[in-house]
Design a protein around this ligand. Structure first.
Ligand code: AP5
Length: 217
């Protein structure tokens, strides 16, 4: 299965991807997580990405496309779920070209739809594990012990781009540059809209319903 998960910041892409990976055994490729890792390592790529990420803008297409093409090449046969990529029509075209060169294509696109007014609440309460990448929320998805990761006991952190001003910019960037990707896929692939305003478990049930149907087909 080759899956693309689309959606605004805070729609729950990372949260749902972790559950998809647990159930279907796919590789989770998050462009945001890969960029954050590059920043921690202090690589040239990470340094280049910093100013874009901190302001809520997109990292240039050519940088992202090369980075993700390298990651996809490492993919095992079971397939992958893409989180945060592609995020522009140009990235989507380049991804399709790279897959087609290997006789592959995207099987399904899940578009997590969330109202803008819910995004802010989700972002300010988000806490992440710097060790394993698990995502929590101070109100909606609490860890068992406050501020500590259930998986490895690491202290949870708040992402620096989750402040109100940067979130507003990220949302604007999403509407301008990423929403057109949904239309691109509607012309090229199978797209399902998923109501991501619901709680995490209800959203997961909708996601699994679509993926189970694909597995059975
Ligand atoms: P990235 O890391 O991809 O951020 P994003 O797309 O803005 O998405 P988020 O990770 O913020 O949200 P999410 O949808 O994964 O939500 P989550 O599951 O965490 O990108 C960061 C930056 O990197 C970009 O701004 C850009 O600069 C750069 N970048 C990345 N990819 C790029 C690309 N392809 N091209 C160019 N630049 C790129 O959930 C959010 C919170 O809500 C959590 O606390 C969670 O616990 C909670 N929650 C989740 N689901 C629910 C629910 N259903 N109900 C209640 N709470 C929920």
């Amino acid at each position: 299965m080759r899956i693309v998960l689309l959606g605004a910041p805070g729609a729950g892409k990372g949260t749902q991807c972790k559950r998809i990976v647990d159930k279907y055994g796919l590789l989770h490729l998050s462009s945001g997580d890969i960029l954050r890792q590059q920043r921690v390592e202090g690589s040239e790529l990470g340094k280049k990405a910093k100013s874009y990420m901190d302001s809520g803008a997109l990292v240039p297409d050519e940088v992202i496309v090369e980075m993700m093409a390298d990651e996809i090449k490492k993919t095992p046969r079971a397939g992958f779920v893409l989180d945060g990529f592609p995020r522009t029509v140009e990235q989507a075209r380049e991804l399709d070209k790279a897959l087609a060169a290997n006789g592959q294509k995207i099987d399904i696109v899940l578009n997590l739809k969330i109202d803008d007014n819910i995004v802010a609440q989700r972002m300010t309460g988000r806490r992440s594990c710097p060790e394993c990448g698990a995502v929590y929320h101070t109100e909606n998805l609490k860890p068992k012990v406050e501020a500590i990761c259930d998986n490895d006991g690491t202290e949870l952190i708040q992402r620096p781009d989750d402040g109100p001003e940067v979130v507003a910019n990220r949302l604007q960037t999403y509407h301008l540059q990423t929403e057109p990707v949904v239309d691109y896929y509607k012309n090229n692939s199978t797209v399902y809209d998923i109501d991501a305003n619901k709680d995490a478990d209800q959203t997961t049930a909708l996601v699994f319903e679509k993926l189970d149907a694909l597995v059975k087909a």
